[in-house]
Design a protein. Structure first.
Length: 251
């Protein structure tokens, strides 16, 4: 994923200012910065929620900027959200099945006509979803309502739904938000597991520095819409600009 010279303005406010970032294939890359730095706006530009006024977003040789979100998803880019967005009254299984629908070949009008091909594909999607839940250790709660799950399980379910779209590039927006220390530790193992098992490139926003430093091989740092640093976890920890802007100046 290449973000080249992207600028995103909202009226007189510049949320992203001439930003250039490269996310390597197969890695786990972090994007950090104080609140209001423009991190989620970067994700929204990548996934087609916003069209930037300047610059381009390129994924595996194809420009994404200006492309509708559903087409970007079909190209292999999926995301989760800072605030969990599940179908709360649906079951765990139903939530994952929704993610699978982006790859379906049957048309909606085939359902009321009760065409055999439609129901055959529905069975395939159901079996695929059950297999995915099994891989992610969520099969035992497949029939539970999403709203009944503990917070950490809801986070994993949202990631499972994103994985159901068969992405090559996964964006995680503050996956550890609201988690206790044990849940955050479990999340780190979970992120590494899905990266390896599903052959993903992962780009994540996170404020929990333990998570960021524990899973990312490369970290980019933003402040006021601009890039101020990039490097390995060790380099970021010791960068004076990062310490002053985000990690907290030492006395």
């Amino acid at each position: 994923m290449e973000i080249n010279g992207v600028t995103m303005r909202f009226g007189g406010v510049t949320a992203i200012d001439d930003l250039t970032i490269s996310v390597p294939k197969g890695g786990i890359t972090g994007l950090i910065g104080p609140n209001g730095a423009g991190k989620t706006t970067v994700f929204n530009v990548i996934t087609g929620f916003y069209k930037p006024q300047k610059g381009e977003v390129v994924f595996e040789g194809r420009r994404l900027d200006g492309m509708p979100s559903h087409l970007i998803c079909r190209l292999g880019v999926a995301r989760t959200f800072q605030n969990i967005r599940l179908f709360e009254q649906g079951t765990v299984l139903e939530n994952v099945m929704v993610g699978c629908h982006v790859r379906r070949s049957c048309q909606w009008w085939m359902a009321p006509l009760a065409l055999p091909g439609f129901f055959k594909e529905e069975r395939r999607i159901r079996n695929k979803s059950l297999d995915l839940l099994d891989k992610l250790n969520l099969a035992s709660i497949a029939g539970h309502k999403a709203s009944s799950l503990p917070y950490g399980a809801q986070r994993r379910l949202e990631i499972a739904r994103a994985l159901a779209t068969e992405p090559a590039f996964l964006l995680l927006d503050e996956p550890a938000a609201g988690m206790n220390p044990q849940e955050s530790s479990d999340l780190m193992s979970f992120i590494k597991k899905i990266r390896d098992e599903f052959d993903l490139s992962i780009f994540l926003i996170e404020h929990d520095m333990k998570v960021v430093m524990g899973v990312c091989s490369q970290i980019w740092v933003m402040e006021y819409g601009r890039l101020i640093a990039r490097g390995s976890p060790a380099e970021i920890k010791s960068d004076p600009k990062v310490i002053a802007a985000y990690l907290g100046a030492q006395e």
